[in-house]
Ligand binder design. Structure first.
Ligand SMILES: [Zn+2]
Length: 193
């Protein structure tokens, strides 16, 4: 087996709940890449179109253009020999082939920066993020502020018509008004029915 690792590739993961500033931190790192004149590409899954299809946008509306892709393996089609850094936002929405893709890129000497949710609204880890956290050389776990008590929030609360969501609620609820807010472990609530 060929040992591809050339000593410079590595994986960074930026994780945390919603409203913790993950995209903001990713954009901060992208901004540094621009100043450092690095050759880089930014990707996100096509599923996320909250603000813009072809930009990584933070809640504070900072933005950077990116390539929206459907399958994680599509990233490999864009890799050129001079590529130094790959940034990926909303990484939890990719299927688990993203883990192999990220590992492959790092083994080729590329710095890979992944940002995404670590847990879903039930407080259960997204398998993709959990795996990447285990493989990463560098992990940044960001927190938000609990919308109920003002303490540090590590969890995402899903609300349906203003009430905590049930664990049986489908991902998309037709006709219901749903929202999300950051909460601490104590204030986070999932209704079991
Ligand atoms: Zn709280």
């Amino acid at each position: 087996m060929t040992h591809e690792y050339n000593g410079t590739g590595f994986i960074e993961v930026i994780c945390g709940p919603m409203f913790a500033g993950k995209s903001e931190e990713l954009l901060r790192r992208i901004n540094r890449l621009i100043f450092a004149k690095k050759k880089f590409l930014v990707f996100k899954p096509t599923i996320d179109d909250r603000y813009s299809a072809n930009e990584v946008v933070s809640h504070s509306k900072r933005a950077y253009k990116c390539i929206a892709i459907k399958n994680a393996t599509d990233i490999l089609k864009y890799v050129t020999p001079d590529l130094q850094v790959v940034a990926i936002d909303e990484v939890q929405f990719f299927d688990d082939s993203i883990i192999t893709v990220v590992n492959t890129l790092a083994n080729r000497g590329i710095r890979v920066i992944c940002a995404g949710l670590d847990c879903d609204f039930k407080g259960e880890p997204f398998p993709v993020t959990a795996n990447l956290l285990a493989l990463a050389e560098d992990v940044t776990k960001l927190t938000a502020i609990c919308a109920v008590c003002g303490k540090e929030a590590t969890m995402t609360q899903r609300l349906v018509d203003g009430e905590p969501a049930k664990d049986s609620d489908p991902v998309v609820l037709v006709g219901a008004k749903e929202s999300y807010e950051p909460r601490c472990r104590k204030c986070h609530c999932v209704r079991h029915e």
